[in-house]
Ligand binder design. Structure first.
Ligand code: DUC
Ligand code: ZN
Ligand code: ZN
Length: 465
């Protein structure tokens, strides 16, 4: 019997801290050896001339999430995890949304039922707390943290989702007592409502006014307030989808004071701007997401945040709706106002190629930082490390092999998601994941899907100190 199920030979390996050349021996889904002359294997994969990296972990994706009357998300768990694998990912963390009046347990049961038997790669759920009742805060949430769901997102904006400052404090108190991590969508609800009403009164209803209705100050004010609430509560905080310098500087200042505040940015804030929403007719709807893409100065700021460690994670905020679809971006009500355009864009497959090409290949970040912000830090922050997020003996064999010599123009058909467009169409990309392996099983090889639907598992998580 061969010593290993699989050996990956001749590759250049990068972790969040090191670069080295050796072979990887894989047995029973785990990395069993790093070395040379590893001997026989059931399969030998030649990675000469390629990067061998930890599989991407995308800790911010939305899958099959109810998004309003008449709106249907473009991806189910099969298509989202398939697309993620095509983009070099081996684990994604989707959200389980508690609907108003719903118990968290019931919500989780629904999401597990949707995911069961469907996933190509591994998943783990965060919770979205929309209705922090006494029962939720006192009973359900502590029990769910203990059961392996130790991270939850709260919203400071949106009808039906926004929590008051008092409610945020109540949720943070549970996080303090249980050691959980609060993630926050930081935008000022009243500013957005006020501006949206004013724009509509003026007849400014096209998709491009979505950006005008959610200015930078709405994000930076809420970011400052969320950080203040977390400081008062003495809990760590993750500010998700940060889009600009002012909000980034709030996080930087908090970090300089020694507060445990972390930040996340996303591809839309590196390569899109509010101008993308200007398209004729409803074309701008393809780029409607929140916070909205800003301007080139904001892009520069987000790059600095990644380079300087203000942002510890780079996620997609994959939130896909089809464009040419009355249940998607072209929902009839959306023509009457940007307010009704489904809010979110796809990105789970494009995230890593964009950062590899724009970041590593253009010299903005090195390969170690790439690995840190796309895999290792996600695993560390959300309780999956060291089983996930690195290449080390004992870790799951979750690996992506990247060919840095492939140059192509990004088109939607490469991404294999359930949507009918990508907001990143036409971007020139250098470097591509040519093989994605989850727990030793090759899921995508040279553009062919080789994985099995249902192979992906749900991962229970524990946060460290
Ligand atoms: N926030 C997200 O994180 N995703 C989609 C929409 C939103 O507001
Ligand atoms: Zn959000
Ligand atoms: Zn999101």
């Amino acid at each position: 019997m061969p010593a290993f199920d699989t050996v990956i030979r001749n590759g250049r390996i990068a972790t969040a801290s090191d670069v080295f050349s050796c072979d990887i021996g894989i047995r029973e889904g785990r990395i069993a050896a790093l070395g040379t002359d590893l001997g026989d294997a059931g399969e030998v994969i030649d990675a000469a001339g390629k990067w061998v990296l930890p599989g991407g972990i995308d800790s911010h994706v939305h899958i099959a999430q109810p998004s309003g009357e008449g709106i249907v998300m473009a991806d189910d768990f099969a298509s989202a995890t398939r697309s993620a694998a095509y983009g070099g990912n081996t684990t994604v963390l989707p959200f389980c949304l508690q609907e108003n009046g719903q118990s968290l347990r019931a919500a989780l049961k629904d999401y597990h039922a949707k995911a069961e038997g469907e996933c190509y790669i591994d998943i783990a759920f965060h919770l979205i707390i929309s209705d922090p009742t006494e029962q939720v805060l006192g009973q359900e949430l502590p029990a769910l943290v203990a059961d392996g769901y130790p991270s939850f997102k709260v919203f400071m904006t949106y009808d039906g989702l926004a929590l008051s400052d008092r409610q945020m404090l109540e949720v943070m108190e549970v996080a303090r007592q249980t050691g959980a991590l609060v993630m926050v969508h930081a935008e000022n609800y009243d500013m957005i409502r006020f501006l949206t009403d004013r724009l509509e009164r003026e007849g400014s209803t096209a998709p491009r006014f979505h950006a005008a209705s959610r200015p930078i100050v709405a994000e930076s004010e809420a970011t400052h307030r969320a950080i203040s609430l977390a400081a008062l509560s003495e809990v760590p905080l993750m500010v998700v989808h940060v889009s600009n310098r002012e909000a980034m500087d709030e996080i930087r200042r908090a970090q300089a004071k020694g507060l445990r505040v972390m930040g996340e940015t996303c591809p839309q804030y590196l390569v899109l701007t509010a101008k993308d929403l200007d398209g004729l007719n409803m074309e701008g709807a393809k780029y409607v997401c929140s916070p909205p893409p800003r301007d080139t100065e904001s892009q520069i700021a987000c790059w600095e945040g990644l380079q300087q460690g203000v942002f510890s994670v780079f996620s997609s905020d994959h939130c896909p709706f089809r464009y040419d679809d009355p249940q998607g971006k072209l929902i009839p009500k959306g023509r009457t106002s940007f307010r009704w355009v489904p809010n979110g864009i796809p990105g789970v497959a494009a995230r890593l190629p964009i950062l590899f090409s724009e970041g590593v290949m253009k010299g903005r970040i090195d390969i170690n930082r790439f690995v840190a912000v796309t895999a290792t830090n996600h695993a560390k922050i959300y309780g999956l490390y060291p089983r996930k997020g690195t290449i080390a003996v004992g870790a799951d064999a979750d690996i992506a092999i990247w060919d840095p010599d492939i140059r192509q123009t990004l088109t939607h058909d490469q991404l294999k998601d359930g949507s009918d467009y990508t907001p990143y169409e036409g971007i020139e990309i250098t470097g591509w994941p040519v093989l994605t392996m989850v727990r030793g099983q090759v899921v995508v090889r040279e553009g062919a899907l080789t994985g099995a639907r249902g192979f992906g598992r749900h991962l229970e998580r524990r946060l460290g100190a």
